[in-house]
Design a protein around this ligand. Structure first.
Ligand code: ATP
Length: 306
């Protein structure tokens, strides 16, 4: 059996597949996005998920042929890489595994680990592509000055529009009522207390407000609809950049796919599709990222090591 682990900004998903690629067991635990919370949070979360998925498949961790651990931010803080690489050994009791960035899970799932480009837009956002031996990423520079088109990016823009509606710089639209109801506010300005004081700018809690932006857009809020359309354009810009870097500029059309919760917004997905200008072979995602991680583990075990 092969284990795939997809670490996201809101959760970590575990997927165990058999030799035929069929799912045998899956599990979900808390996020291992460790940049703010510290690397010590990672091992217990992985241990819980591996124990759960193995219990449900009635196997021991050491029975797993090969595993892939997709970890958010992997490779971005170079000093952490050896520490992260060592963690699964204690959890699995074997060295038959590989760690990498979680962007690989989305790519491997959406495109079946075949050449092409995948864009992830969940809590954060990033594009990853492979063309033969070439590998490249675009976006994914973090929520403070990057992660365009992600839930966090959309939520921050929604909060900004709310502030402008609050003091009259934007006409008051449905977003104001949606956010007031969601956060149980008695006064617009109380949102500062919630986001900055009570939440302390928590990344996942802020990102969750992207669904309020979608809800407001569905209710006719033009500012919210504009934010979601702009998100789609930003994500398409990552694809154009990847295509150039990967040297994919001649026919046949480059396979492109997507993964992550933000693509469940039809406004965002339509804008993404339109901004790709019909220049790519746009493919519906084949499998979710955790299943992709398990397929990648099988590929690492059987095929050439990337
Ligand atoms: N229809 C929607 N409209 C707006 N936002 C949405 C919608 N559906 C999901 N989201 C947002 O998507 C995010 C969750 O997506 P996903 O499960 O892909 O994230 P993740 O895997 O935890 O994060 P990441 O892969 O970026 O580390 C949440 O922040 C949620 O608010």
């Amino acid at each position: 059996m092969f284990l795939g682990v997809d670490g996201g900004g809101t959760k970590t998903a575990f997927c165990l597949i058999d030799d035929d690629g069929a799912i045998v067991a899956s599990a979900r635990t808390a996020s291992i996005y460790y940049l703010m919370s510290g690397i010590d949070i990672v091992e217990p979360v992985l241990a819980r998920g591996v124990a759960e998925v193995c219990a449900s498949a009635r196997i021991e961790p050491a029975d797993i042929t090969y595993s892939f651990f997709g970890i958010p931010c992997y490779g971005e803080v170079l000093a952490d890489v050896p520490k992260l690489d060592a963690l699964p050994q204690a959890v699995l009791g074997t060295d038959r595994y590989r760690c990498g960035n979680d962007m690989i899970c989305g790519w491997a799932g959406s495109l079946g680990a075949a050449d092409g480009i995948n864009v992830v837009a969940g809590t954060g956002s990033i594009a990853y592509g492979e063309n033969g031996d070439r590998k490249s990423r675009a976006g994914g520079w973090g929520e403070i000055f990057g992660d365009e088109g992600s839930a966090h990016w959309v939520a921050i823009r929604g909060l900004n529009a709310f502030s402008k509606m609050g003091d009259g710089r934007l006409p008051r639209g449905p977003l104001a009522d949606v956010l007031r109801a969601r956060l149980d506010l008695t006064d617009d300005l109380e949102i500062v207390d919630v986001v900055l004081n009570r939440w302390q700018g928590d990344r996942a809690k802020i990102a969750a407000l992207s669904t309020a932006v979608s809800e407001a857009a569905d209710a006719g809020d033009t500012a919210s609809a504009d934010i979601l359309r702009e998100a789609g354009r930003e994500l398409a810009a990552m694809v154009h950049a990847e295509a150039r870097v990967l040297g994919f500029d001649s026919p046949p059309p480059i396979p492109v796919s997507w993964s992550g919760g933000m693509f469940t917004s039809p406004l965002l997905l339509d804008s993404f599709r339109q901004s790709l200008d019909g220049r790519y072979d746009l493919r519906e995602p084949l499998f979710p990222p955790d299943h992709g991680a398990a397929l990648y583990a099988a590929r690492l075990a059987n095929g050439p090591r990337p």
